[in-house]
Design a protein around this ligand. Structure first.
Ligand code: SF4
Ligand code: SF4
Ligand code: SF4
Length: 382
């Protein structure tokens, strides 16, 4: 649970400092690549933020006790590493960059978002959530909340508008190269240049204020894709969080846990559901609810395949202490078969990554684990 009152002991401070340095590294990589050209190096380039995601992702996954969040972050780091780092670097293809406005994958992803909500991107497959749920994990408790910050969310429509204009330009030019010939020369090229310059600039600049705003500042206020996906998936599409007002005791724990500053308590009281463009579907609120009053709804519910994840932690106390975790696995450090059921993710053990096998969860999440498993196998090879 996020607690603002938690004392800041030195290990916490040290993690915050290291995390902030990692944000600086990611930002410098982008600056070097796009503008400064200090060195021609993979290690200080537009891949820097993805490298930080993988490094911190492994640590966050290894330390995360909450199974759903651990699986989600493992999958998100794996997918981001493959789609935004490995494939572009080694194969040179950016096909799986779902943020390439007007591309085939961009439209395909819109369909996925329509079915499953904004979370398909903003919790499972985006370098931004990648860095904010890993490097930014140390600053979750600093998330700014309250009426004023909630009202500020409307800023995002300006950025969404700028992307819709971009999309319109791309579509018109695809339909006919002369469609915008009436505009002064280079207008569309300049628009696209400034769109990416401003968006990327704000994205990396937002790293600098994360210690004071919380990890999701860009996602909340400035992301054109997040606003578009929120509209398509959460407002027009199938996704929402359903709340059982009979069970809810209005304890506010869910709201405290939310990195997007969604005023859950008020929405539950007023509407009995959370259907807002801002929800990134991380599931943290559902898990923290002591009464099991919240659940995700997406296309599966409409098709008659209701799913049961994530589950409230209190309702299903899976793991309470280190001793209860089947921590190791096929083999422990001494090579002894412990004869316990295998778990789904990798974790650090004695300074090395020990792959723990695959148990998975029923439903879609089980199949979504496969990229994470492949990723961890790859890690073992290097
Ligand atoms: S809001 Fe934007 S930057 Fe944040 S996770 Fe979603 S798509 Fe990525
Ligand atoms: S955590 Fe659960 S019980 Fe508490 S306010 Fe949220 S939905 Fe209601
Ligand atoms: S409302 Fe719940 S699922 Fe949505 S972003 Fe907040 S914590 Fe995550």
């Amino acid at each position: 649970m996020v607690s603002k009152a938690a004392p800041r002991k030195w290990p916490v401070r040290a993690i915050e400092v290291i995390s902030f340095l990692a944000f600086l590294y990611a930002g410098l990589g982008y600056l070097n690549h796009a503008y400064l050209h200090w060195v021609d190096s993979f290690w200080l380039s537009n891949y820097s933020d993805r490298l930080a995601i993988v490094a911190f992702g492994i640590l966050v996954v290894a330390r995360q006790k909450n199974r759903y969040t651990r699986n989600r972050i493992a999958i998100m780091v794996s997918l981001t590493a493959v789609g935004y780092l490995v494939i572009p670097y080694f194969i040179g293809s950016s096909f799986f960059n779902n943020h390439l406005v007007g591309s085939v994958w961009f439209f395909a992803y819109l369909a996925i978002v329509f079915a499953f909500g904004r979370r398909a991107d903003c919790s499972w497959y985006c370098p931004c959530v990648g860095i904010r749920d890993t490097v930014g994990n140390a600053f979750r408790a600093n998330t700014v909340k309250g009426d004023w910050y909630w009202r500020l969310r409307h800023l995002k429509w300006v950025f969404m508008g700028s992307m819709l204009v971009y999309l319109l330009v791309v579509v018109l030019l695809r339909l006919s190269p002369d469609a915008l010939a009436f505009l002064p020369a280079n207008t569309t090229a300049r628009y696209i240049y400034y769109f990416w310059g401003i968006t990327n600039g704000l994205y990396f600049a937002s790293f600098l204020v994360i210690p004071w705003t919380g990890n999701r500042n860009f996602c909340r206020y400035m992301c054109p894709w997040g606003a578009t996906y929120g509209t398509v998936g959460n407002i027009l599409g199938f996704f929402k969080i359903e709340a059982d007002r009979e069970k809810c005791i209005y304890c506010n724990l869910c709201e405290k846990e939310c990195d997007m500053g969604v005023p859950l308590r008020k929405l539950i009281k007023g509407h009995g559901e959370i259907r807002v463009a801002d929800c990134v579907g991380c599931g943290r609120c559902i898990q923290v609810c002591p009464k099991g009053a919240l659940r995700f709804v997406d296309i599966r519910d409409y098709l008659g395949f209701p799913h049961k994840f994530p589950q409230p932690l209190k309702a299903k106390p899976a793991v309470k202490s280190r001793e209860e975790v089947p921590t190791a696995v096929a083999v422990d450090a001494a090579g002894t078969d412990l004869g316990v059921k295998l778990k789904a993710v990798g974790q650090f053990s004695g300074g090395r990554l020990a792959f723990q096998g695959f148990q998975g969860d029923p439903g879609l999440e089980r199949w979504a684990m496969l990229p994470a498993v492949l990723f961890h196998v790859l890690l073992l090879l290097f």
